[in-house]
Design a protein. Structure first.
Length: 141
Protein backbone atom coordinates (compact mmCIF):
# COMPACT_ATOMS: atom_id res chain seq x y z
CA UNK A 1 0.00 0.00 0.00
CA UNK A 2 1.33 3.45 -0.92
CA UNK A 3 2.42 5.52 2.07
CA UNK A 4 2.79 9.31 1.86
CA UNK A 5 4.22 11.82 4.36
CA UNK A 6 1.72 13.64 6.59
CA UNK A 7 4.10 16.62 6.63
CA UNK A 8 3.79 17.07 2.87
CA UNK A 9 -0.01 17.38 2.93
CA UNK A 10 -0.20 19.33 6.21
CA UNK A 11 3.09 21.23 6.55
CA UNK A 12 1.94 23.49 9.41
CA UNK A 13 0.23 20.89 11.56
CA UNK A 14 3.05 18.51 10.74
CA UNK A 15 5.70 20.95 11.91
CA UNK A 16 3.77 21.63 15.12
CA UNK A 17 2.62 18.12 15.99
CA UNK A 18 5.33 15.76 14.77
CA UNK A 19 6.77 14.09 17.84
CA UNK A 20 10.46 14.43 18.48
CA UNK A 21 12.61 13.27 21.36
CA UNK A 22 15.95 14.57 22.57
CA UNK A 23 18.17 11.82 23.85
CA UNK A 24 21.02 12.35 26.32
CA UNK A 25 23.27 9.87 28.07
CA UNK A 26 21.74 6.67 26.80
CA UNK A 27 23.86 3.57 26.29
CA UNK A 28 21.95 2.45 23.23
CA UNK A 29 21.55 5.70 21.20
CA UNK A 30 23.76 8.66 20.23
CA UNK A 31 22.83 11.96 21.92
CA UNK A 32 20.61 14.38 20.05
CA UNK A 33 17.23 14.83 18.49
CA UNK A 34 15.08 12.12 16.89
CA UNK A 35 11.99 13.02 14.86
CA UNK A 36 9.18 10.49 14.40
CA UNK A 37 7.78 11.41 10.97
CA UNK A 38 4.38 10.00 10.10
CA UNK A 39 3.37 8.40 6.80
CA UNK A 40 -0.18 7.37 6.00
CA UNK A 41 -1.69 5.28 3.23
CA UNK A 42 -3.12 7.25 0.31
CA UNK A 43 -4.90 4.44 -1.46
CA UNK A 44 -8.48 5.55 -2.25
CA UNK A 45 -11.13 3.72 -0.25
CA UNK A 46 -8.63 1.97 2.00
CA UNK A 47 -9.31 1.69 5.74
CA UNK A 48 -6.04 0.23 7.05
CA UNK A 49 -5.82 2.45 10.19
CA UNK A 50 -2.11 2.36 10.64
CA UNK A 51 0.88 4.65 10.50
CA UNK A 52 4.39 4.18 9.23
CA UNK A 53 7.05 6.11 11.12
CA UNK A 54 10.42 7.14 9.71
CA UNK A 55 12.86 8.10 12.43
CA UNK A 56 15.04 10.94 11.14
CA UNK A 57 17.58 13.26 12.77
CA UNK A 58 18.61 16.87 12.11
CA UNK A 59 22.22 15.73 12.66
CA UNK A 60 21.94 13.66 9.48
CA UNK A 61 20.10 16.36 7.52
CA UNK A 62 16.65 14.82 8.04
CA UNK A 63 17.51 12.46 5.20
CA UNK A 64 19.06 9.31 6.66
CA UNK A 65 16.39 6.91 7.92
CA UNK A 66 17.41 5.59 11.34
CA UNK A 67 14.45 3.23 11.67
CA UNK A 68 11.14 2.43 9.98
CA UNK A 69 8.36 1.47 12.36
CA UNK A 70 4.88 0.22 11.49
CA UNK A 71 2.06 0.65 14.00
CA UNK A 72 -1.73 0.16 14.08
CA UNK A 73 -3.87 1.43 16.97
CA UNK A 74 -6.90 -0.82 16.52
CA UNK A 75 -7.36 -4.24 18.15
CA UNK A 76 -5.76 -7.39 16.77
CA UNK A 77 -9.27 -8.51 15.80
CA UNK A 78 -9.67 -5.48 13.58
CA UNK A 79 -6.52 -6.30 11.60
CA UNK A 80 -7.40 -9.98 11.50
CA UNK A 81 -10.71 -9.13 9.78
CA UNK A 82 -9.30 -6.38 7.65
CA UNK A 83 -6.20 -8.19 6.42
CA UNK A 84 -7.77 -11.58 5.84
CA UNK A 85 -5.06 -14.16 5.36
CA UNK A 86 -2.88 -11.86 3.27
CA UNK A 87 -1.10 -10.15 6.14
CA UNK A 88 -0.07 -11.06 9.64
CA UNK A 89 -2.36 -9.17 12.06
CA UNK A 90 0.32 -9.12 14.75
CA UNK A 91 2.74 -7.41 12.37
CA UNK A 92 0.09 -5.02 11.10
CA UNK A 93 -0.71 -3.93 14.63
CA UNK A 94 2.91 -3.75 15.67
CA UNK A 95 4.72 -1.70 16.58
CA UNK A 96 7.37 -3.54 14.64
CA UNK A 97 10.41 -2.80 12.49
CA UNK A 98 9.31 -2.96 8.88
CA UNK A 99 11.59 -5.45 7.09
CA UNK A 100 10.83 -3.94 3.65
CA UNK A 101 12.05 -0.46 4.61
CA UNK A 102 15.36 1.02 5.80
CA UNK A 103 16.69 0.22 9.26
CA UNK A 104 19.92 0.92 11.12
CA UNK A 105 21.77 -0.77 13.95
CA UNK A 106 19.86 1.60 16.26
CA UNK A 107 16.43 0.44 15.07
CA UNK A 108 15.71 -1.84 18.05
CA UNK A 109 16.52 0.98 20.50
CA UNK A 110 14.31 3.38 18.51
CA UNK A 111 11.48 0.86 18.53
CA UNK A 112 11.76 0.81 22.32
CA UNK A 113 11.65 4.60 22.37
CA UNK A 114 8.52 4.55 20.18
CA UNK A 115 6.90 2.00 22.52
CA UNK A 116 7.62 4.44 25.33
CA UNK A 117 5.91 7.29 23.40
CA UNK A 118 2.85 5.10 22.84
CA UNK A 119 2.34 4.86 26.59
CA UNK A 120 1.01 8.39 26.31
CA UNK A 121 -2.68 8.21 25.27
CA UNK A 122 -2.32 11.74 23.86
CA UNK A 123 0.20 10.55 21.33
CA UNK A 124 -1.97 7.66 20.18
CA UNK A 125 -4.93 10.04 19.83
CA UNK A 126 -2.78 12.42 17.83
CA UNK A 127 -1.81 9.66 15.40
CA UNK A 128 -5.47 8.68 14.99
CA UNK A 129 -6.43 12.31 14.39
CA UNK A 130 -3.69 12.75 11.81
CA UNK A 131 -4.77 9.58 10.03
CA UNK A 132 -8.34 10.90 9.88
CA UNK A 133 -7.22 14.31 8.59
CA UNK A 134 -5.08 12.65 5.99
CA UNK A 135 -7.81 10.29 4.84
CA UNK A 136 -10.39 13.11 4.73
CA UNK A 137 -8.06 15.15 2.55
CA UNK A 138 -8.04 12.34 -0.01
CA UNK A 139 -11.82 12.28 -0.29
CA UNK A 140 -11.89 14.81 -3.13
CA UNK A 141 -9.29 13.02 -5.25
ZN1 LIG B 1 -4.42 1.67 3.47
Amino acid sequence: MPMAPFMERFPEVGARETRSVTVTNRQDLPDGEYGFLEFYCNEPGCDCRRVMIDVLRPETGWSKIWATISYGWESLDFYRKWGGTASDPIETKGPYLDPLNPQSKYSPALLNLFRFLLQSPDYVERLKGHYQMFRDSLAGC
